[in-house]
Design a protein around this ligand. Structure first.
Ligand code: GDP
Ligand code: ZN
Length: 456
C-alpha cells in the first residue's frame, strides 16, 4: 500500500492540529522536511521537537513536535508519523502541502481507519466506533464509543456467533451419529434451548439501544410554554451563554433555535419554540408549525409556566398536547408574587416532576438538571460496564437477527425438518457477522469508510 497523509484534528479539537502520515515511506518523508533529530534513526514511539522546513528554500515553516511510530504497534499497523503543529489551520495546511510534495498521496476520508481494518488491527464495529468518537458530544457518549472501540460489542457478538456455531455442530453430530432412537426430538430440544438463549442476548443488546442512541445523537428536548414565561431564558441558562434572543415582547421567538448542551453527561439537543398556540400572525405561524413537528419528535418536554400569572387555557392545552410524553414541568418566576394555582398544576402534571425556578435569579437550575439526568438514566449509566448499542446500522442488524432467531424458534415449534432450521440458524450467524464485518461485501466497506471525517 502507498503512503498517505491528511490533517487529523485531535479529539477535543484544541488549538493543535496534526498532519498524520501512514505507510512505508512515512518516516523517510517526514525526515526530508524536518530539521531536528534524524527521524530515521530514532526509536519507535518517541516524540521530537524541531522545525518543518521547505526543502527547496530551507525556510522554516513551522515549529513542531513530531511523533514517530513504527509498525506494527500503530493504529494502521503501518509506520506512522504525526506532525503536531501549533500555528493553526494555515500553517498546518502548509505542512501537509510539503508532505504531499514529497510524493505522498492525500488520504481519502476514513482511509486511516480503513487501513487499520484491512490490516486486521480493528474490526468493523470498532471502526465505526472511531467515527462515533469523532462525533461524540459528551464524556459519557465518548465512553460508550470507547468501550465499543475496545471491542466490547465485538466480543459479545463473537460469543453469540460461537454459541451458534457450536449448536450447529452439535446438531450435525446428532444427525450423523444417532446413538439414540429419538435423535429428532433431542435435536429439537437443544435447538430450542440455544435459540432462546441467543434471543435473550440479542434482546438485551437491543434494550440498550435507546439509551445508546440518546448518548450518541442527544436527547431531543423541546422547551414549550406561552409567550414570555421564560423559555428563551431557560435555554440560555442551560446553554450558559446568550445564544437565543431574550426579549420582553411576547411571541418574539420567531424561529426554532437549536442548541446542544451537556447536562450531567446527558447530551440535550434543545429547541426553543414559539409555543404551540394558534395565531393569526403569518411569520409566527411558521414557527408554530415547526414547533408542532419538533414536539412530535421530542424525547423530552420542558413545559414552562409563569408563577406570576394565573393558569390559562393555553397552559392547559399544552398539558394535553404532551400527554404520554416524558415531561418536566417548570414553574418559573418564583421571585415574583405567586398568582399561579399550584394545586391545579399538580393535578395537570400527574406524575411529571415539577421544578420551581427563578431564571432571573438563577435559582432551580441545579434541581432541573438533576431531574433531567435522573429521568433518563436513573443511575443505570453509572456502572460503566454495560455495552450500549448506539450505531444505527448495528441496531438494524440486531433487529434482523432477532427476527431470524424468532424464525428458528417458530420452526422448531412447528417441527420443520432440522436441515431447514439449520439454514435459518446459519442466517442469524451471518447477520451477526455483518456487525463486526466478517461477512460484509467490499462495497459496503467502502461506503462505510467514506463517511469518516478526513484524516481519521
Ligand atoms: P419566552 O417568551 O418564553 O422565551 O420568555 P423569555 O425567556 O424571553 O422571558 C420573557 C421575560 O421574562 C424577559 O424579560 C425575562 O427577563 C423575564 N424572565 C425570565 N425568567 C424570569 C424569572 O425567573 N423572573 C423574572 N422576574 N423574570 C423572568
Ligand atoms: Zn423566547
Amino acid at each position: 500500500m502507498d503512503t498517505i497523509a491528511a490533517i487529523s484534528t485531535p479529539m477535543g479539537e484544541g488549538a493543535i492540529a496534526i498532519v498524520r502520515i501512514s505507510g512505508s515511506d512515512a518516516i523517510k518523508t517526514a525526515n526530508r522536511i524536518f530539521k531536528g533529530k534524524n527521524l530515521e534513526e530514532v526509536e519507535s514511539h518517541t516524540i521530537h521537537y524541531g522545525f518543518i522546513i521547505d526543502p527547496e528554500t530551507n525556510e522554516k515553516v513551522e515549529e513542531v513536535m513530531v511523533s514517530v511510530l513504527k509498525a506494527p504497534k500503530t493504529f494502521t499497523r503501518e509506520d506512522v508519523v504525526e506532525i503536531n503543529c501549533h500555528g493553526g489551520l494555515v500553517s498546518v495546511n502548509r505542512v501537509l502541502e510539503l508532505v504531499l510534495n514529497e510524493g505522498v498521496r492525500l488520504a481519502e476520508p476514513g482511509e486511516f481507519t480503513k487501513r487499520a481494518f484491512l490490516n486486521g488491527r480493528i474490526d468493523l464495529s470498532q471502526a465505526e466506533a472511531v467515527m462515533d468518537l469523532i462525533r461524540a458530544k459528551t464524556d459519557r457518549a465518548m465512553k460508550v464509543a470507547m468501550g465499543q472501540m475496545e471491542g466490547r460489542l465485538s466480543k459479545l457478538i463473537r460469543n453469540l456467533r460461537q454459541t451458534i456455531l457450536e449448536t450447529l455442530a452439535h446438531v450435525e453430530v446428532n444427525i450423523d451419529y444417532p446413538e439414540y432412537d429419538d435423535v429428532e426430538e433431542m435435536t429439537h430440544q437443544l435447538l430450542l434451548e440455544k435459540a432462546s438463549e441467543i434471543k435473550t442476548e440479542i434482546e438485551k443488546l437491543l434494550a440498550t439501544s435507546k439509551q445508546g442512541k440518546i448518548l450518541r445523537d442527544g436527547l431531543s428536548t423541546a422547551i414549550i410554554g406561552r409567550p414570555n414565561v421564560g423559555k428563551s431564558s431557560l435555554l440560555n441558562s442551560l446553554v450558559h451563554e446568550n445564544k437565543a434572543i431574550v426579549t420582553d415582547i411576547p411571541g418574539t421567538t420567531r424561529d426554532v433555535i437549536e442548541e446542544y448542551v451537556n447536562v450531567r453527561g446527558v447530551p440535550l439537543r434543545l429547541v426553543d419554540t414559539a409555543g404551540i398556540r394558534e395565531t393569526e400572525d403569518i411569520v409566527e405561524r411558521i414557527g408554530v408549525e415547526r414547533s408542532r413537528k419538533v414536539l412530535k419528535e421530542a424525547d423530552l418536554i420542558l413545559l414552562v409556566l409563569n408563577n406570576a400569572e394565573p393558569l390559562t387555557d393555553e397552559d392547559r392545552k399544552l398539558f394535553e398536547a404532551v400527554s404520554g410524553m416524558d415531561v418536566i414541568v417548570i414553574v418559573n418566576k418564583i421571585d415574583l408574587e405567586n398568582r399561579l394555582n399550584l394545586d391545579e398544576v399538580k393535578q395537570l402534571a400527574k406524575d411529571y416532576p415539577i421544578i420551581s425556578t427563578s431564571l432571573k435569579e438563577e435559582k432551580g437550575i441545579d434541581e432541573l438538571e438533576e431531574a433531567i439526568s435522573s429521568l433518563f438514566f436513573k443511575g443505570k449509566l453509572e456502572g460503566g460496564d454495560i455495552t450500549y448499542v448506539s450505531n444505527t446500522r448495528h441496531i438494524a442488524l440486531l433487529n434482523q437477527a432477532k427476527k431470524a432467531i424468532d424464525d428458528v424458534i417458530q420452526a422448531v415449534h412447528s417441527d420443520v425438518p432440522i436441515d431447514l432450521i439449520q439454514i435459518d440458524l446459519t442466517r442469524v450467524w451471518e447477520i451477526l457477522g455483518e456487525i463486526i464485518g466478517d461477512t460484509v461485501h467490499e462495497s459496503l466497506i467502502n461506503q462505510l469508510f467514506s463517511q469518516f471525517c478526513l484524516g481519521k
